[in-house]
Design a protein around this ligand. Sequence first.
Ligand code: HEC
Ligand code: HEC
Ligand code: HEC
Ligand code: HEC
Ligand code: HEC
Ligand code: HEC
Length: 476
Amino acid sequence: MIYNRLTNSILVLLFSISLTSLFGQDQAAIEAGKTLFKNKCASCHNKDMKTKMTGPALGGAQERWGDDVALYSWIRNSQAMVSKGHPRAVAIFNEFNKGLMTSFPELTDADIVNILGYINCTAAGNCPGDAPPPPPTDLGGDTASSGGQGNNSLLYVFLFVILALLAFILARIISNLNHMAAVKELGAEAPPRKTLAEILTSKGMVSFAIFALIVFGGYFTVRNAINLGRQQGYQPEQPIKFSHTLHAGVHKIDCNYCHDGARRSKQSVIPAANTCMNCHKAIKVGSEYGTAELTKIYASIGYDPKGDTLIKNYDKMTDKEIEALYKGWISENYITEKGKMDGEGEALLASQWDGIVASLTDKESGDDKIQGPIEWVRIHNLPDHVYFNHAQHVTVGKVACQNCHGKVEEMDVVKQYSPLSMGWCINCHRQTEVKFADNKYYDNYYEMYHEQIKDNKRSKVTVEDIGGTECQKCHY
Ligand code: HEC
Ligand code: HEC
Ligand code: HEC
Ligand code: HEC
Ligand code: HEC
Ligand code: HEC
């Protein structure tokens, strides 16, 4: 009997292990594919896998090729496949006006499997763990929580039910076999076989069920309570594909140029379109999206990129007039580049204009006017009962933006790096030393602590020492 129970539990255990590892592997592979895609492919292939950019939309590419060997060769060296005359290679090459795709000889088969896995699940909208991975440091000890999680838990429940069923059926088979063996050995004296109801209501089973309920219930309640209203890892799609990698990273524009508030005031402030115009009066056609993204800035404030003027009474212009103006700009640029307007140009014109309208209006909130400020989606948001001041940290405390926001200059799309939990603030206040040296803000404290440091009574002064963990400093 003991042996019997043991096999049952081992079976269940084995199943749960294979479940988690299978799932974990799958998700890790997709994550790896996503990273590769972002680093190597996203500059030319749209990450929604449905719209074309410099290169075609990659959703369904694997089916279109049919032959994985050829497809892998294409990704490693597309030109070689064109020279060989592979029909799909030649067709797509001509369709894209002989645009050149970069060669990736360094990609292993496993890399390509992962990239294609990511492409396929993104096109189908069913990637496991759509939630972004947690950032490297986790001072508050919280876990990330954001979009996609709902889907995921449903999948887990589904898999769990299936596996539980399987385990149950196997247990039944084992019990039947045992019973048959017992009958063979002991004949009529064999103990009667337990019925299903007997098994399900047995003491062991009931106590296990109660135990499992408590553990799961407790776990999810605590987790959800902690994350209520928090959103570490939050990375919403913004109305304009504004990239910090490009501006703050590649072009090294200082954070303060745009977020001027950070060193002067409580709020860091998102720059107004005027700030963008300091440069985009001159840079009117981007090398990545052409007119698609930059025209959004012009259409929001009423800047005429052809005449280089701000339109008077832009607010009174009708939607038709606005459409004519900016479509004129987009097609002029297309013609300049391609020589004449053609079918492809018309399609591009229509899709760019739709994108501009969709980004500058919001049907849900009833904002159907193209005119008006760009509505960036707010990412960081502390609850109202917390007082946080940027200038105090940036100017007085001399804390770098990256300590709290991560490497923003490497983010194409900004995401919330820190948990913004109370534990996170307090931890840093306990650990961070106040920088007294030539900092006039500390004159008051200086006298007091200076003596103590001189007398070796104290080796350092942390933010906590100057009152950084007092409730009323952070709470109204
Ligand atoms: C420099 C731009 C560029 C980069 C980077 C790039 N591609 Fe491409 N890709 C293209 C262009 C352009 C085409 C269309 C064919 C042509 O003109 O060569 C294409 C075509 C393809 C096709 C064929 C699609 C079809 O429908 O047949 C696949 C698959 C593909 N790319 C995969 C990738 C992958 C995977 C990566 C990243 C590892 C990548 N590409 C990176 C520009 C690029
Ligand atoms: C050219 C202007 C510009 C520069 C330079 C710039 N930013 Fe931004 N930043 C923006 C815009 C526009 C947004 C809003 C859109 C977005 O989230 O991408 C933003 C958003 C942010 C956000 C998220 C705000 C929120 O909604 O919670 C953070 C954090 C941020 N920037 C930090 C930085 C840091 C750190 C640097 C320097 C490394 C920097 N930015 C440089 C323009 C800029
Ligand atoms: C200090 C100068 C400067 C400021 C300010 C600036 N940009 Fe840029 N921006 C650039 C440069 C340089 C490029 C690269 C142009 C290129 O590669 O074609 C660029 C590229 C872009 C692109 C990509 C265009 C494409 O199709 O490749 C977008 C979108 C963009 N900026 C939006 C903005 C927005 C929105 C703001 C205001 C929040 C802003 N920029 C402020 C200099 C600036
Ligand atoms: C000590 C941590 C810390 C530092 C340092 C820091 N921030 Fe922030 N930042 C935050 C927090 C917390 C919020 C959310 C504020 C809120 O919701 O009221 C925030 C919000 C923002 C926002 C959104 C708009 C706003 O003000 O709410 C931007 C943009 C931003 N920070 C940019 C910067 C830049 C640029 C720097 C560097 C010059 C910087 N931050 C330095 C913690 C920090
Ligand atoms: C990366 C480290 C760091 C993080 C994270 C951080 N702080 Fe601070 N904080 C500092 C430093 C350094 C100072 C000292 C500045 C000074 O001397 O006034 C400070 C000072 C303060 C002060 C003034 C304390 C006083 O006694 O005058 C307040 C209020 C404050 N922080 C609030 C917050 C809140 C709220 C958060 C979380 C949302 C937070 N801080 C997160 C580093 C941090
Ligand atoms: C350094 C800044 C800081 C100090 C000091 C601080 N808090 Fe908080 N507190 C926060 C932040 C930030 C949040 C919001 C956390 C979140 O949204 O998850 C918070 C949230 C809370 C909440 C709401 C519950 C929650 O977790 O969201 C309570 C209650 C609270 N604090 C009480 C206190 C008390 C009592 C003290 C003094 C012992 C204190 N706080 C000191 C920053 C601080």
